[in-house]
Unconditional design. Structure first.
Length: 191
């Protein structure tokens, strides 16, 4: 493979591939969020589930870091670095999804332990915005990753909407990731 060539030879149109992959991600998340957790976890598994929020926060922070680096790289015209950073960000967010689904399926959710007013006016709005932006970001991120992997980087601007969709995806995804870390801090550090 030469520099600039696509990593994967695409067989599906980007919009169709994005739709299929988005529906797959939403289906897995819907299943996880609606399934009943087990009534009992072995102590060793319970410790792992209890530790997952900390790992998830680190993974989210890493995703945010690589997303920022990728955005800076493309602003500076460093396309190869941009691709590497964005693939790293996508990898970290994929790891996040696996960890998050695992935690939820195993019953690792946490109620907000702080004061009711902070819960109502700070925590819940931050959590809601985090979730909404996450949901909106999924197809945008999938589209951009798919384009980045299947198109020669020299033709992406002319043949796709990658730059336009990417700007929106980076903004929404960054805010969502930052709010995810903020929610973690609210649940595990501040209260």
């Amino acid at each position: 493979m030469r520099v600039g060539e696509p990593v994967i030879r695409a067989r599906l149109p980007p919009v169709f591939a994005t739709l299929v992959l988005t529906l797959l991600v939403y289906s897995v998340l819907a299943y996880a969020l609606t399934s009943r957790p087990p009534l009992y976890l072995a102590p060793s598994l319970a410790r792992i589930v209890g530790f997952l929020p900390h790992v998830i926060a680190v993974v989210n922070t890493a995703a945010l870091y690589f997303l920022y680096r990728g955005w800076r790289a493309v602003k500076g015209g460093r396309v190869r670095r941009h691709r590497a950073y964005m693939l790293a960000a996508a990898t970290f967010i994929s790891v996040f999804l696996v960890l998050y689904v695992t935690r939820v399926v195993l019953g690792g959710t946490t109620a907000f332990p702080g004061p009711p007013d902070v819960r109502l006016y700070v925590y819940l709005p931050a959590l809601t915005l985090h979730i909404v932006l996450s949901i909106i970001s999924v197809p945008l991120v999938i589209y951009n990753v798919y384009i980045g992997l299947t198109y020669d980087w020299r033709t992406i601007r002319q043949r796709t909407r990658h730059p336009q969709v990417g700007r929106i995806a980076v903004l929404l995804w960054s805010i969502s990731l930052a709010l995810g870390v903020f929610v973690y801090l609210m649940l595990n550090v501040f209260f």
